[in-house]
Design a protein around this ligand. Sequence first.
Ligand SMILES: Cc1cc2nc3c(=O)[nH]c(=O)nc-3n(C[C@H](O)[C@H](O)[C@H](O)COP(=O)(O)OP(=O)(O)OC[C@H]3O[C@@H](n4cnc5c(N)ncnc54)[C@H](O)[C@@H]3O)c2cc1C
Length: 229
Amino acid sequence: MNGHGHGHRSTTAAPVVVIGAGLAAVQLADSLREAGYDGPVTLIGEMPGLPGQRPPLSKEFLTGDLSRQGVTLRAEGFYADRDIRLPAGHRAVRIDRARRTVALQDGSTVGYGHLVLATGTRPRPLPLPGADLDGVLPLRTVEDAERLRTRLRAARDVVIVGAGFIGLEVAAACRALGRRAVVFDIAGQAMGRAVSTPTRTSSPSGTARGALPWSWAAASPRSSAATAG
Ligand SMILES: Cc1cc2nc3c(=O)[nH]c(=O)nc-3n(C[C@H](O)[C@H](O)[C@H](O)COP(=O)(O)OP(=O)(O)OC[C@H]3O[C@@H](n4cnc5c(N)ncnc54)[C@H](O)[C@@H]3O)c2cc1C
């Protein structure tokens, strides 16, 4: 690797390079050390700073109970103690499997023995007219959450598309902030893909709106109307 990282424990073990420095990458690096692997481990993350975690972004971070620093996954010492290299702020742009190198956006390259792709996912864009309007926001990154948090300060009614864990957590955060929240989902019930039928059927489905922290509306392709609770 050119210009990143510091000394490692073994000069013979094949270097492990991970593209992505999220939860999966950090856990993999930790597990490798736990299992006794003593070669170089490098996590290439495109985001600057220490790797963050996403779970608080739809909860405490959104309600303002957690700062940006609070969403850090592990403290700096965690990586230093385990000799995990963390050249943050570097986007991997090319893999050369013949040479076993990864090219970074700044023009440098990183050689690998084993290459792991842990690049996560991205929100599925909603293919609807108006999905790009001002005030329609995705939630995935800490920057997304910051934008949403700022908009929530001035919002009164919030419409959430997607009644999975994240959508419902955002609805709960909105209610904690005193905003009205309506959740839409194409399925007939909340948490359709996330939990088993018995759990799902005991979840709210529009019958007890007054008692719920948020209201719920199933949005099927044939029925597009829904009202706020
Ligand atoms: C708002 C929200 C709340 C959530 N709450 C929970 C929860 O309560 N409980 C739970 O279990 N799960 C929760 N999740 C899901 C959980 O965060 C994910 O399952 C987890 O982040 C997946 O980890 P990952 O390492 O696979 O991907 P990610 O965390 O997405 O990490 C991948 C990293 O790779 C980087 N990357 C991508 N391409 C490149 C490249 N070319 N070069 C360099 N870096 C690159 C990305 O920038 C990213 O930082 C939540 C997710 C969100 C969005």
